[in-house]
Design a protein around this ligand. Structure first.
Ligand code: PAJ
Length: 279
């Protein structure tokens, strides 16, 4: 595996790389969620590029950009063990030189849910950096986790709206044995908070079970999920049923309904989601 830090070096290295080429965009602090994306990319492509860049543009001023866990040495070892060909780990100045002035913004689905909580600049930052990574790397496929369900929809839409010749591959959420979705931010949880945090996935499971036993009324499904959060003393930032297609509100819960939750537990802001009524 080769670690590359500049766009010029990356382009030169990839000029004759065998295709297809898979890109896994990450902010590092790898866990099994990241590694599952990397493994899928390794299975499906001749060349695998993993980008490691904590993207300042997607953090609001009050968020954890400085505190965000960083361990490039460990990430490098893990990526190498998975057979990654190139680790692209640029500096902030390489991605955003001081005179950088161009951003990609999306209307509609990039202005709700996460955007209402984190500010509209969050997805502006994500979409801009993913656009830049696509232009820097020129992948045939790019890999994203269902853990960030809204991000997946936003990226799919970006690819359609701006005609990127990239296939988006979405991989399932990887969880701890007790259900907690893996996240780089789980390191912020104390032991009792870590225990309470399981309420997020338990609330999704409870809703899923209600739907499996025939409940399709959104209000009643939400009440089942909310009861689990209440019991753990968690007040969600949002707990919403939305269409999996375009995140519009639903009148009935069916096999393409997303239940998305965001909540603070201690210092950690956690998100999770489930597709309800699936098979
Ligand atoms: P990051 O949070 O590092 O996540 C990188 C990728 O790993 C994302 O596609 C995310 O959905 C996926 N991922 C995270 N936790 C997962 C889990 N438990 N199971 C499966 N996949 C998981 O998401 C970002 O970085 C950034 O927004 C990025 C797309 C890199 C743009 O900066």
């Amino acid at each position: 595996m080769r670690t590359v830090r500049t766009v010029a070096e990356l382009r030169e290295a990839l000029r004759e790389a065998p295709r297809p080429l898979g890109l896994v965009p990450t902010m590092g602090a790898f866990h099994e969620g990241h590694l599952s994306l990397i493994r899928r990319a390794r299975e499906q492509n001749e060349t695998v590029v993993v980008s490691l860049f904590v993207n300042p543009a997607q953090f609001a001023p009050n968020e954890d950009f400085d505190a965000y866990p960083r361990d490039e040495k460990r990430d490098g070892r893990l990526a190498e063990a998975e057979g990654v060909d190139f680790l692209f780990a640029p500096s902030v100045d390489e991605v955003y030189p001081p005179d950088h002035q161009t951003y990609v913004v999306m209307e509609g689905i990039a202005t709700i849910l996460e955007a209402e909580q984190r500010g509209t600049s969050h997805f502006k930052g994500v979409i801009t950096v993913v656009t830049k990574l696509f232009n820097m790397v020129g992948p045939d496929r790019a890999y994203f986790g269902q853990k960030d369900a809204q991000q997946v929809l936003v990226i799919r839409k970006l690819v359609r709206d701006l005609n990127f010749p990239v296939e988006i591959v979405v991989c399932p959420t990887i969880r701890e044995p007790d259900g907690l979705a893996l996240s780089s931010r789980n390191v912020y949880l104390s032991t009792p908070e870590r225990e309470r945090a399981t309420a997020l996935s338990r609330s999704l499971n409870a809703a899923d079970e209600a739907v499996a036993s025939g409940e399709s009324d959104p209000g009643r499904v939400l009440a089942v999920a909310r009861a689990v959060l209440d019991e753990a003393g968690i007040e969600p930032e949002y707990l919403e049923l939305r269409s999996l297609e375009d995140l519009s509100p639903v009148e009935r819960v069916n096999g393409s309904t997303l239940l998305a939750v965001a909540a603070r537990v201690g210092n950690a802001r956690l998100i999770d989601n489930a597709i309800l009524g699936g098979t």
